[in-house]
Design a binder for this molecule. Sequence first.
Ligand SMILES: [Zn+2]
Length: 331
Amino acid sequence: MGSVPCPICQRPDQSAMRDGARHLCWHECLTCGEFGMTGTAQAVLGNLSSQQRAVLSAVLKEATMRGDPPIEVSTYNLDSLSSPTRIPRTVGERLERIGRSLETRQEAVGLTVNVIPMDDYPIAFARNAAEFTNMLVLLSEMGRIERPHLGRPTEPLSIRLTANGVEWLDSIRLARPTEGNLVFVGMRFSEEMRPYWEPGFYLGCKEAGYEAKRTDRHPHNEPWIDRIMALIRESRFMVADLSDRAANAGVGFEAGFAKGLGRDVIFTCMDSKWAAAEAAKEENERFGPLVHANFKQFTVIRWKDAADLKEQLRDRILGTIGRHAPLGGAA
Ligand SMILES: [Zn+2]
């Protein structure tokens, strides 16, 4: 173990260990948590905005606190891990993250939790300890926590959820179905795709703690759209499979609806279909490419068979969304 500044938040004297066999370095930062980072990813970190760095810290910290295996940051997943689309849309949702963390960390209901702004600020997608401290003040003004005695950012604060705070967290949980473990899979459920559903899509989600749902789709059976939209609303995130050109207008619509609701979308495509589609010039000119240019900004998982799909899908879920942890608690 060496001592280096954290490559993401620049906090000095954090532990790091080189892993020559895997060409990456394992870091343990009091602020960002535990993570691996390849040399090439570290080399391009300087191109990230301060907002993207804050997102990356938040995602890695969250995985660490949940007890997930450390995320390996590479140029392959860096864009996704630091994407500003991950930032909760409202200040209220960021405050809720602090509340959830207090709830998870208290040893018994009603006990205080030690919070260190300098260590804990990524929990709320804050850019630094000062912003996090302001959020604690807001929470106390709202009556969610008792008023903290503020000190230096590296000093622990003793924080306790009030009765109002406990009620607040419960009411949000009950109102929000996305705390659940449902995942909507948008795909063409044809004879050709059938063998990949259970051993590929379904098990890939299940191994990350989620329950995959699909609807049996037929090209001219659009009345199902209400059912599909309801499923997407209930889902924590969506998997959009682009292997079947004939279904992609529908899958694209669903993916856009999911994105609009602030859900993550993981795109997948059978490798042979992708390759064939890239070669089919005439068809592409008539119908547009199999994978529309709009999707290319997202990294599409190209899978070879069911086992490959299962593994890649599971790893992408664990790396970008995290294992499902019931009731927002530790896994
Ligand atoms: Zn850090």
